[in-house]
Design a protein around this ligand. Structure first.
Ligand SMILES: *[C@@H]1O[C@H](CO)[C@@H](O)[C@H](O)[C@H]1NC(C)=O
Ligand SMILES: *[C@@H]1O[C@H](CO)[C@@H](O)[C@H](O)[C@H]1NC(C)=O
Length: 637
């Protein structure tokens, strides 16, 4: 009897300890860069409960022991997947009586009966994982239009102030819609008690569902809404359940902007969307260098630490940006480019959110994302920064101009060839004007962008009359009447598409913008008489600018390890194999106090080979777009 009492008391005591410990963790969130899986790169917005849980199960089995602990449902989980619904459509969302988004019951059957994500969160937790969701800024246009009442969670029932029951249309700021989803969401006025009550009612509900992570979108970078971020952060801090706070996206983010939010959140994107193109990977070097130099990596936050986020890892089995048709291709990055991405993401201590479909995880990708040295550096290294003391030499690079399509390359009058870039922007911008239509032949009109002097056609697309190929497509695109597809050539059925999310990084008109013509909103364009062309998917207009050059040259990063080791990453951004050299004595210039002595052991992580050091110098042949990652250990240690 006594023994049993003792056991019971011990159990109660342990339970209490556990409680105290978990309370304590509210203050110590994200002590290392968060790691997990996100549905966006492989499912766009249309992931179902079954697909999500299947992926989560596989994350639990294969990645959890490597620190991947969050599984995150990306955007529009509340949107009905029916003909006519697309990211910037309106009227297809499932909202509750208080104007809050709830999961689409057809895609998320366990949400029926007002249960929201409770059941999904429970299952995720039973797998030993944490559950995350994507949410948009402010309030949905649909709630504003429906004039839904606002829930006062402090009193229960409708929010009443000054004798008035406030409604969604009183708090939504119609002039401040989300740029890339202008029909979907708008900011909420946080100066109003009702506005604050609404936001509180959202995040308290997420906590009730069992959410551990929110990815708050369209509030940062070019769409900065500091008031909302500040208020949401305050609500999250008061919750008994710790919720990790992540911001997205990160177009035009500077360290100064990040300093304003760094202590309010746990991670924030510092670039636009990263997809599987070399240009996207290469575009991350400068920005991560700047954030490292500004001491933003792992800076302290009121909720633990905060991490500059380089975005998901588009590796393995993916869908196209903005494409709902499901997973259908392997990452377009070659193996060297993939190693470069993993190496930079590790050295810059970015959160690691794998984007590939777990059901098709191949061995190469698995080894890349679970490489023990990469994960050790990502979580535990310090003094991470760019290392400028490297030199490179390579055989002369022949600059090939890839004129695979009239869009990617064109010759101006003077005969100089340059690459054009397509950017999406608000249709109100005069910079978006510059398109005109000319008849090409009987069936085809040309839609041409004229250069700044409006004399030379910078490039032309071909307008095709809508031609339905199947009943399903007719149904799917019933919002597309009066709109047209723009073909790249007259011969192949290759169409211009645009994803509002892709716009955020893609300054170039990359191959990803051209794909087999499909009658989906992504590829539908409306021609306005004022010379703008509006994309149905994003509601944004296209403009053409000269391509910002993809960085070339060599880069290097250093960091120190937990056991006194030094990590030295050598990156070759050139299109040719390059020999990258450095003198190790120069390490002390950027790592004060770090001295390896005269004798080192050196190994290269990706090849597993020892590296050759001759006296103080080290030279590595690094493949085009590739990386070498050296681990230097003093012989004396
Ligand atoms: C290392 O430092 C020395 C002395 O400051 C300098 O001459 C040399 O160029 C540096 N090496 C590299 C690879 O930058
Ligand atoms: C061009 O016309 C469209 C459609 O009428 C309008 O929405 C847009 O604001 C106009 N843009 C400019 C720059 O005048």
């Amino acid at each position: 009897m006594k023994l049993i009492t003792l056991i019971i008391f011990s159990l109660l005591f342990l339970l209490l300890l556990d409680r105290v410990a978990s309370k304590g963790s509210v203050k110590a969130q994200a002590v290392t860069p968060p790691r997990g899986w996100n549905s966006y790169d492989s499912f766009c917005w249309t992931v179902s409960e079954e697909e999500f849980l299947h992926n989560a199960e596989l994350v639990s089995q294969r990645l959890r022991s490597h620190g991947y602990e969050y599984v995150v449902v990306d955007y529009l989980w509340y949107r009905k997947k029916v003909p006519g619904a697309y990211p910037d459509s309106s009227g297809f969302d499932v909202i509750d009586e208080w104007g809050r988004m709830v999961p689409d019951p057809d895609r998320w059957p366990s949400s029926k009966g007002g249960k929201g994500f409770t059941e999904v969160a429970k299952k995720v937790h039973s797998m030993g994982l944490k559950f995350g969701i994507h949410v948009m800024r402010g309030i949905s246009t649909q709630a504003v239009n429906a004039q839904t009442p606002i829930l006062d969670t402090t009193k229960g029932g409708a929010y009443v102030e000054g004798g008035l029951a406030w409604r969604a249309n009183d708090i939504g700021i119609k002039e401040r819609t989300c740029t890339w989803m202008s029909h979907g969401f708008m900011s909420v006025n946080t100066e109003l008690g009702a506005g604050r009550a609404f936001l509180r009612s959202l995040y308290e509900q997420y906590a009730e569902w069992g959410v551990d992570f929110v990815k708050h979108d369209c509030v940062f970078g070019a769409d900065l809404d500091i008031e909302e971020i500040s208020f949401v952060s305050e609500v999250l801090r008061k919750l008994s359940r710790p919720i990790l706070y992540s911001l997205s996206p990160g177009t035009s983010v500077t360290p100064d902007m990040a300093k304003k939010v760094g202590n309010l959140v746990n991670m924030y994107r510092i670039t636009g969307d990263d997809w599987d193109t070399w240009g996207d990977v290469a575009a991350h070097f400068d920005v991560s260098r700047d954030f490292a130099a500004a001491n933003m990596i792992g800076s302290s936050s009121l909720m633990g630490k905060s991490w500059p986020d380089l975005d998901m890892l588009p590796l393995g089995w993916l869908t196209d940006p903005g494409s709902n048709e499901g997973p259908h291709r392997n990452s377009k990055l070659n193996i060297e480019e993939q190693k470069t991405q993993m190496t930079l993401w590790a050295m810059a201590k970015s959160p690691l959110m794998f984007g590939g479909d777990m059901r098709k995880l191949d061995d190469t990708t698995y080894k890349l994302i679970t490489n023990p040295t990469i994960l050790e550096i990502n979580a535990f290294s310090s003094n991470n920064k760019e290392f400028p003391y490297v030199t490179g030499s390579h055989a002369p690079i022949i600059n090939h101009h890839h004129c695979s399509s009239p869009l990617s390359c064109h010759k101006t009058k003077g005969g100089r060839s340059h690459t054009n870039s397509l950017t999406l922007m608000s249709c109100k911008e005069t910079k978006a004007m510059g398109w005109s239509t000319e008849t090409f032949d009987q069936d085809l009109d040309q839609v041409c962008w004229k250069d700044a002097e409006k004399q030379v056609a910078a490039f032309c697309l071909y307008k095709r009359k809508a031609r339905m190929t199947s009943d399903e497509e007719v149904g799917y695109c019933n919002q597309c009447s009066g709109k047209t597809q723009l073909l790249a050539t007259t011969k192949a059925a290759v169409c211009l598409g645009a994803s509002p999310k892709q716009r955020l990084t893609s300054k170039e008109l990359k191959r990803g913008s051209l794909s087999t013509c499909k009658r989906d909103a992504n590829q539908m364009w409306e021609l306005n008489t004022n010379g703008t062309i509006r994309n149905s998917y994003s509601g944004l207009c296209a403009t053409v600018q000269a391509l910002e050059a993809v960085p070339v040259g060599i880069r290097s990063w250093v960091a120190t390890g937990r056991r006194g080791e030094v990590y030295l990453a050598l990156f070759n951004l050139n299109q040719a194999k390059t020999t990258i050299s450095t003198q190790l004595s120069n390490l002390s210039k950027v790592l004060p106090g770090v001295s390896l002595g005269v004798a080192y052991k050196c190994s290269e992580v990706w090849s597993g080979q020892a590296c050759h050091i001759s006296r103080d110098s080290i030279s590595m042949d690094v493949e085009a777009h590739g990386a070498a990652l050296l681990v230097l250990v003093s012989n004396r240690s």
